[in-house]
Design a protein around this ligand. Structure first.
Ligand SMILES: NC(=O)c1ccc[n+]([C@@H]2O[C@H](COP(=O)([O-])OP(=O)(O)OC[C@H]3O[C@@H](n4cnc5c(N)ncnc54)[C@H](O)[C@@H]3O)[C@@H](O)[C@H]2O)c1
Ligand SMILES: [Zn+2]
Length: 443
């Protein structure tokens, strides 16, 4: 009672259980029906409905029984907070403080017994439903954290393998069946690199790919998992800030084509995502700044200064924010588009630079400036935290790239802006205004 569980469930999209079913299955409902039949769909539906159970529900053995294999999350909030929220309400069991406190103590052991995950707030609930585990030191326990007991193929990039590979191998212990290295950076996201990985993998369908590295490693290894043997399980263990707050959350995997980035890929939700913020301690400063651009974007969308938090908290909150949106819109048909705040401008700048010389983070920082200005907002946060410098690219080339951006429909540029009631997608503004703001980002 008073733990905030209803709020947490609303955060997960409450009524739209279909979206949750789709993200759990990793495919549209029509496809589940076609390939596995209605019974399979109903079974999934049963598994993925998110319910806020009443505080006393678990005192019934029948309810405890029914919870069975269901992911059960204990939202463990201290008794003072709960009492503050419910006192003075008309809830029958919250009329007398002493009785309330006694009830709270009595039920705790039952909660501990049925819970698969203990959450301290709504963000933790979202992370648990999304299968995202955030814990300092989690890499040392990766052997237990990868679901199941089948064999594991560890995939990483050469640099991360050199720093954290041995810890991962030791922690995987007897589950480790094979290790693979992808080339560094975007080279990992090429057909050549994928082809080698596909051919080197020896796992059968009971196996799990563990992807240890930045966003390039998780994107490529996740796509390998989506395609190898027509799909096997995977667990990203993101090591860069970009990957911990963005790339490893939401189930998108991809490789690049010469024609553009991320043009071939799949939605493939990981069986679990394991985030260890301690891994960020070895991340070089420029790579950290890349991730901070997405952190500032997330904070602006959430309306909270998430960039001011400690690493552990910043990663937890950003991951939860993205996970909630992706659970509600797993296949990017609607709401997920808000995550493109600042990105229409960023993609134009990156394209104008020929994807060379302008990093994504720097381009996003500039794109956020433009989005804030067009939203009539102050830009000091972006300036202070990200210190973006204008880029030297051809103005006309950037403008043409912006008009070609895949979010442009019917020749109109559609932007994500921040309105009075939060983010708005599909905003069309006079082209002259958009072009003026693009020009201001170019040296
Ligand atoms: N799937 C998605 O939803 C999504 C979202 C955002 C970005 N992405 C993709 O992510 C990629 C960028 O990810 P990135 O910025 O992590 O790049 P990256 O994977 O190339 O990593 C950046 C560099 O940091 C190093 N590194 C990573 N972790 C480290 C650590 N703990 N200590 C020391 N060095 C470390 C890597 O070796 C690499 O040199 C892009 O390809 C982008 O398209 C995907
Ligand atoms: Zn981005």
């Amino acid at each position: 009672m008073g733990s905030g569980k209803s709020t947490a469930v609303r955060e997960l999209g409450g009524s739209d259980a279909d979206d949750l079913v789709e993200s759990a299955a990793g495919k549209p409902i029509a496809e589940i029906f076609r390939e596995e039949g209605e019974a399979a769909f109903r079974a999934l539906e049963e598994q993925t409905i998110v319910l806020a159970l009443g505080g006393g529900a678990v005192t019934s053995p029948a309810v405890r029984d029914a919870l069975g294999d269901t992911l059960t999350i204990w939202l463990d909030v201290d008794v003072d907070t709960c009492w503050k929220r419910v006192k003075g309400s008309d809830r029958p069991l919250a009329q007398d403080e002493t009785a309330f406190r006694r009830l709270y103590e009595e039920r705790r052991s039952l909660y501990a017994e049925v819970a698969d995950v203990v959450a301290k707030d709504a963000h933790d609930v979202v992370l648990a439903v999304a299968g995202v585990h955030v814990e300092r030191g989690a890499l040392q326990r990766i052997g237990e954290l990868v679901p199941g007991d089948g064999p594991v193929a560890l995939v990483s990039d050469p640099k991360v393998a050199g720093i954290h590979g041995m810890d991962a191998q030791l922690a995987l212990g007897s589950r480790l069946a094979e290790t693979h290295e992808l080339p560094p950076g975007e080279e990992a996201k090429t057909l050549g690199a994928l082809d080698r990985l596909w051919q080197d993998l020896r796992l059968d369908r009971s196996g799990t790919i563990v992807a240890l590295g930045g966003g390039c490693t998780t994107d490529a290894a996740g796509f390998a998992a989506a395609t190898y043997l027509r799909e096997i399980a995977w667990t990203p263990v993101p090591t860069s800030l970009v990957a911990q707050v963005d790339a490893a959350i939401g189930g998108k995997t991809a490789i690049d084509l010469p024609q553009g980035k991320n043009l071939v890929g799949a939605f493939h939700w990981p069986v679990r995502t394991v985030i260890d913020p301690a891994l960020l301690e070895t991340l070089p400063e420029p790579q950290r700044l890349e991730g901070m651009a997405e952190v500032v974007k997330t904070g602006l969308l959430a309306g909270e200064p998430l960039w001011e938090l400690s690493d552990d908290e910043l990663v937890r909150r950003c991951a939860a924010f993205k996970a909630a949106i992706c659970l509600r819109d797993p296949h990017e048909r609607g709401e997920r588009a808000v995550l493109n705040l600042g990105h229409t401008f960023a993609h134009a700048l990156e394209a104008a630079a020929g994807y060379d010389g302008v990093t994504h983070g720097r381009a996003v920082a500039l794109g956020l400036l433009a989005a804030l200005r067009l939203s009539g907002r102050e830009t000091d946060v972006v300036e202070n935290v990200l210190r973006p410098q204008p880029v030297r690219v051809d103005r006309e080339r950037a403008w043409q790239a912006m008009r070609r951006d895949k979010k442009a429909r019917d020749g109109e540029i559609r932007l994500v802006l921040l309105g009075a009631d939060g983010p708005e997608t599909g905003v069309v503004l006079p082209e002259a205004d958009v072009r003026r703001e693009l020009d201001r980002l170019i040296a």
